[in-house]
Design a protein around this ligand. Sequence first.
Ligand code: PLP
Length: 455
Amino acid sequence: MKTIIEPFRIKSVEPIHMTTREERREKLKAANYNLFALPSEDVIIDLLTDSGTGAMSSEQWAGIMRGDESYAGSPSFLRFEAAVKHLMPFEHVIPTHQGRAAEAILFSLLGGTGKNIPSNTHFDTTRGNIEAGGARAHDLVIEEGKDPTCLHPFKGNMNLQKLEEFLVEHGDSVPCVMITITNNAGGGQPVSLENIQAVSKIAALHGKPFIIDGCRFAENAFFIKQREDGQAERAIEDIVRDCFSCADGMTMSAKKDGFANIGGWLALNDPDMAELARAKLIQTEGFPTYGGLAGRDLEAIAQGLKEIVDDDYLRYRIRTNEYIIERLDQMGIPVVKPAGGHAVFIDARAWLKHIPPMEYPGQAVAAALYEIGGIRSCEIGTVMFGRQPDGSEVPAAMDLVRLAIPRRTYTQSHADYIVEAFEEVLSIKDSLTGYRIVKEPKLMRHFTCHFEPLK
Ligand SMILES: *Cc1c(COP(=O)(O)O)cnc(C)c1O
């Protein structure tokens, strides 16, 4: 069959609250044009994030009921730990309430003033946690990864030569080498198994622990299976295991490829580091057999990890993104190609050439898409990355708008509605104006800053 269907039936539904364009214009203004400030009930299709917004399966809900809430040694923890170790063979698995808590613990051990931490591209919370401790976060993605139209199959790959040079230049100030799979901030683009293994070798040669930010490990593995030589016949699980068995640790948000609404973990091989991490965990999250989670959450993750590596699910998921991208591309809207794992990315800088980067073309697209279709997306560009640690502001490498697709939540007709909303935005695009920021916090300003449209 040519039609790739949603490989599930719907057992429970959530109504969508419909609004008019006039209502949305008012709501946008009341939110100071920051889509993070909108009540979610005022959104028709919420593509702000794929984080924690997925639909759980009947088996996951069954697990929720099975959850054992014992303070210490809960069987739910043991099931969670076994499910993680089945895919990611690390010695120590430390549950946290979400990914950034794992990052905070990791960088409380490895970060600090004067430290330099390389990755392909650090995600915004990773960067925030590194910088909050006084260290610097460096992005060493390959050049192809910065070109939104380049059809390289693994645009999330690390530039290996740059990594070598970086490690020579920064020497002892580098506490670890990281890589993000898939590369969220760089367009949800995958990293090849070959590249992951090469980074692991380079890190080992320089005596540095290699840490994977594994939030979208299953999507990354599916791309490896589809695109990398010799991988097509392999089980997703086996590819996942290969990715993580060459690392010394990982951080994870279970809100992504854990198929859960909350949760995360830090995993490590080094027993001394794990002991320090657990001490910090007890201080900030909770006892090591629950971290920041309830037993029922650990059950949902344990079951989610079994479902996320399913070929049929991953094929449907990746195909949804490809479909939207193909349609937008046919209309002449610049999109990041090839399709990423969890999201569709619009190149707003290339689309709205009349709005310069410092007037936030991504914000202009996101605001228009909400007003016209009630669709909530997210700017990934100069608003998110423009403010520098020294207080200056520079254009980000790209001005993208991300339509993050929640897992198993929306259907094909929602995808068609999204495409139609873009047709409308296209018809008025030359009349869209830029924005300025009139209020912003010190760190991670995109979450709470206030905008005003420029005339
Ligand atoms: C979401 C995400 C994080 C942070 O995880 P949270 O659960 O949101 O705290 C870190 N890295 C990447 C790549 C992510 O996508």
